[in-house]
Design a protein around this ligand. Sequence first.
Ligand code: ROI
Length: 161
Amino acid sequence: MTDVFVALGANLSNPKKQILRAIDALQHLPDSKLIACSPQYSSAPMGPQDQPDYVNAVAQLQTTLSPHQLLDELQRIELEQGRVRKDERWGPRTLDLDLLLYGQQVIQDERLTVPHYGMTQRAFVLIPLYDIAPALILPDGRQLAELVAACDSSTLFRLPD
Ligand code: ROI
């Protein structure tokens, strides 16, 4: 069993509901167990500003799926929830599921970059991750708590449970 963390993001078609539905789908993944789920946060869009605010959260799973099997499952859930790949970089989406961490493994290939490349600077990832794994240390030895202390969380707001 490997501990993995998945970031959830949505900003279209009732984003709060999209996140809850995605958590339910994570709960039903094969050979996996949902361990924890952060509160939901509202966050200003990173990237183009002419799009709605996002709802973000982070989930922890234990799995025996390989990283690529897990990626396949995450992409299946995105598609089932109406994700349409558009040409616009960083455009709005009904659901984004990013594999943040797969144990302490570092993975770099044409489909996967783990740890997720943007995670160390994005408050909408770091803060919900910190909610469920405050003692986490990244594969490069950095402590999550230090990254949280250094990030700008001024446009992140915790939503009521
Ligand atoms: N901005 C926020 N606040 N939250 C996200 O989940 C998110 N996801 C993205 C881009 C478009 C980069 N911006 C985001 O993919």
